[in-house]
Design a protein around this ligand. Structure first.
Ligand SMILES: Nc1ncnc2c1ncn2[C@@H]1O[C@H](COP(=O)(O)OP(=O)(O)O)[C@@H](O)[C@H]1O
Ligand SMILES: N[C@@H](CCC(=O)OP(=O)(O)O)C(=O)O
Length: 386
């Protein structure tokens, strides 16, 4: 293993905690960190995305996984996260490995400036040979605004640092063509196009939250970002290097063709809808043919309270998401602009600026391999009078 790689390793709850008494699996952490310390010494840059805070904190809030509600889980995460980090720090010091904690929310990952800030912090940690350990900040994330599983979070991290590998360690050896509890289930060694596997089976282990479905969504996001994903069993001895050296079987999701620019990848891998625009089917087709940006004349309705620079999700009249792009105006400004089509932009908003609502250069046209998001129903919808 000579080439130096950037590797994101994701550890699921099922590996970190014993499902019966919800205590830490020290032997697993020890095997993992010994392996990662060695890889780091060989010059690889490693980021660990670790679940486990909820599972490890449940005893303190007196709940079992099956009867814990959202607030119990948020409280459990606040209790379990320091237990988890304490264990990581203690074990890491035995292997002379420095670790740091970063807790993020989906909003942090989906706001461009914060996303780049997180990236810069991680790169600075790399320069100091410190291994970042990332988790979602579950105790502050609201139900509507959370990733919920660390699979997709780890894919975002892999995309962020332009990783060479995303290695998702879990309780099974990889993806099967059906739930592995079925004795006829066949193992899938290699996947060329992850988007063909997004409808996979949904079963999870006792502590896991997303099962293979969110792992496939993560692999799809990674594939869009030009990152290879490996799904493998979290064994105790050399769980990561045994995969890198191909000493055992796992599922490998290959990198495909050319990768879009970092901005377009960031636009494609979104988990939450911020603002939305509805345009006519004809305009939607033009946008899809990459012929035009979106002007104020094109807007039928808009939803959400957004600012200049936020991401807008563009829908056609049938409710299909066709594109995403960065808006040049806030929602209030767009409403004014669309209601005063006869007035120059400058006169409506009081300063000179670009006239397209979303410029063609800042638009990502959604294709088959991009997961489309449904427009939220609860947001107030503003219809622009014709
Ligand atoms: N098609 C499938 N292939 C592999 N595993 C599957 C499949 N469908 C469901 N599973 C289940 O997914 C579980 C792994 O996911 P999960 O419990 O969420 O783990 P983690 O905590 O590692 O994220 C396994 O228990 C496995 O039985
Ligand atoms: N952020 C949560 C993890 C969410 C979760 O359960 O993820 P996973 O076990 O990877 O399916 C935690 O620390 O418990």
């Amino acid at each position: 293993m000579s080439a130096k790689k950037k590797i994101v390793v994701k550890i699921g709850s099922s590996l970190l905690a014993n499902s019966n008494n919800l205590t830490l699996r020290y032997a697993f952490i020890s095997g993992l960190l010994s392996d990662l310390a060695q890889l780091q010494k060989e010059g690889h840059n490693i980021i660990l995305t670790s679940s486990g805070s909820v599972a490890l904190g449940l005893n303190m809030v007196g709940k079992r996984p099956e009867d814990a509600g959202v607030l119990d889980k948020q409280a459990a995460a606040a209790c379990g996260q320091p237990l988890l980090m304490n264990a990581y720090r203690q074990v890491a010091s035995e292997y002379d490995l420095d670790v740091a904690q970063m807790l993020v929310t989906v909003e942090d990952m989906e706001e461009r400036r914060r996303f780049l800030n997180i990236k810069n912090t991680m790169l600075r940690l790399f320069e100091n040979d410190i291994m970042p350990i990332i988790n979602e900040n579950d105790s502050i994330a609201t139900r509507e605004l959370r990733v919920g599983d660390n699979d997709r979070l780890s894919a975002k991290v892999a995309q962020m640092v332009e990783a060479d590998e995303l290695i998702i360690l879990t309780s099974v050896e990889g993806l099967y063509d059906r739930d592995p509890s079925d004795p006829d289930a066949k193992f899938i060694h290699e996947i060329e196009d992850v988007s063909e596997h997004l409808e996979t089976t949904t079963g999870t282990s006792a502590l896991g939250s997303g099962g293979m479905l969110t792992k496939m969504h993560a692999a799809n996001m990674a594939q869009n970002a030009g990152v290879e994903t490996i799904i493998a069993e979290g064994i105790i001895e050399r769980p990561v290097s045994s995969v890198l050296n191909k000493e055992r079987r796992f599922t490998r999701c290959l990198v495909r063709g050319e990768t879009a620019s970092p901005l377009k990848v960031w636009l494609s891998n979104r988990l939450q809808v911020s603002g939305t625009l509805v345009v006519s089917n004809e305009i939607a087709e033009n946008v899809a043919k990459k012929k035009s940006g979106i002007s104020r004349m094109d807007i039928i309705s808009l939803q959400g309270d957004f600012s200049k620079g936020d991401v807008l999700h563009v829908y056609n009249e049938k409710g299909k998401e066709v594109a995403r792009g960065l808006t040049n105006f806030s929602s209030e400004e767009i409403m004014l602009l669309a209601r005063h089509l006869e007035m120059p932009v400058e006169n409506v908003i009081g300063y000179k600026t670009k006239s397209d609502i979303v410029g063609a250069e800042n638009i990502l046209v959604l294709e088959e391999n991009h997961l489309q998001l449904e427009a939220p129903e609860h947001d107030q919808k503003i219809v622009i009078p014709a």
